[in-house]
Design a protein. Structure first.
Length: 113
């Protein structure tokens, strides 16, 4: 499967962005989809995950601000990010899981103060 993340950019603190992850296969063929991020000098961390049964999980610092979703008709996953903070600055990656994770290239999100 090929994944293409997009939607990153520069936004001011308090603003919003919606990231997209377009898949080359039907997303319901996978067990789950997730978004991760990696800030400069830090390890990659889980942002949010959504199973095909509809169960969503978020990292504590993203709860209430970020929303993960999937549009199966478009084979695309989304990460809606609201109330962005400078500490949200990172490269964001999407992956899908079918036994093992499949990763796409990341998209850079920069939040200015």
């Amino acid at each position: 499967v090929q994944l293409q993340a997009s939607g990153g950019g520069l936004v001011q603190a308090g603003g919003s962005l919606r990231l997209s992850c377009a898949a080359s296969e039907r997303l319901f063929n996978f067990n789950a989809m997730a978004w991760y991020r990696q800030a400069p000098g830090k390890q990659r961390e889980l942002v949010a995950a959504l199973t095909t049964s509809g169960s969503a999980n978020y990292a504590d610092s993203m709860k209430g601000r970020f929303t993960i979703s999937i549009d199966n008709a478009k084979n695309t996953g989304y990460l809606q990010m609201n109330s962005l903070k400078p500490e949200d600055t990172a490269v964001y990656y999407c992956n899908v899981i079918r036994g093992i994770p499949y990763w796409g290239k990341g998209t850079l999100v920069t939040v200015s103060s």
